[in-house]
Design a protein around this ligand. Structure first.
Ligand SMILES: N[C@@H](CCC(=O)N[C@@H](CS)C(=O)NCC(=O)O)C(=O)O
Length: 202
């Protein structure tokens, strides 16, 4: 298995999951300017990471990759057994992937949505405000829980990754004590530390 990533971007979630799974894999950093070059576009026509290559399978979209890994390696217990618990896990995965991650796209990818500097600032401000609202929701969900759904799952590395972004843009998370405690626990996790080290982030 081979993971293509940009250091600290959303494939960090995939790499943490791979570390938790504990099977051999390779990881290759892709330079940002390579993402839109023909060689990489042949892997992912969108020109974004993560991309996971496993034998003949070339898989894109972080949430699909996380679910694939959880299904391929059930012994890692990153997806629960019952249909209801799996649905709940997918719901929080979608929340992080489609809602939280997307609000950061307005911050980090603002130049892709507007050319005017004032519009870009407005987009970044709206994205940050939306992220803050969404973090407050997931903070409530984490109340009394070690993991987002109550048990460790593919959601946790993704939430950790976007919370790193929140810290990077100095988003005020002081009203989210459960999220901050979750972030500290994840920082202390051996798999998280291994993934950070592999991506040159510590
Ligand atoms: N919908 C995709 C989005 C992936 C995505 O936004 N990747 C970012 C990094 S977090 C990226 O590659 N950005 C570089 C670019 O789009 O040029 C997914 O969930 O995997």
């Amino acid at each position: 298995m081979k993971l293509y990533y940009l250091p600290g971007a959303c494939p960090l979630a995939t790499q943490i999951a791979l570390e938790w799974i504990g099977q051999p894999y390779e990881a290759e950093a892709v330079a940002r300017d390579q993402l839109k070059q023909p060689e990489f576009l042949a892997l992912n026509p969108v020109g974004s990471v993560p991309v996971l290559v496993d034998g003949n399978l070339v898989l894109t979209q972080g949430s699909a990759i996380l679910e694939y890994l959880a299904e391929k390696f059930p012994e890692a217990e990153l997806m629960p057994d019952t249909i209801e618990a799996r649905a709940d896990t997918r719901r929080w995965l979608a929340f992080v992937n489609s809602d939280l991650h997307k609000s950061f796209s307005l911050v980090f990818g603002k130049a892709g949505f507007a050319s005017d500097a004032a519009c870009q600032d407005q987009l970044a401000a709206s994205g940050s405000a939306k992220a803050a609202q969404l973090f407050a929701i997931i903070d409530k969900q984490l109340e009394g829980k070690e993991w987002v759904t109550g048990v460790r799952s593919v959601v946790d590395p993704y939430l950790y990754t976007v919370t790193r972004w929140a810290h990077a843009i100095k988003l005020d998370l002081s009203g989210c004590p459960n999220l901050l405690a979750f972030f500290d626990r994840m920082n202390a996790d051996a798999g998280v530390q291994a993934a950070l080290k592999a991506q040159g982030l510590q």
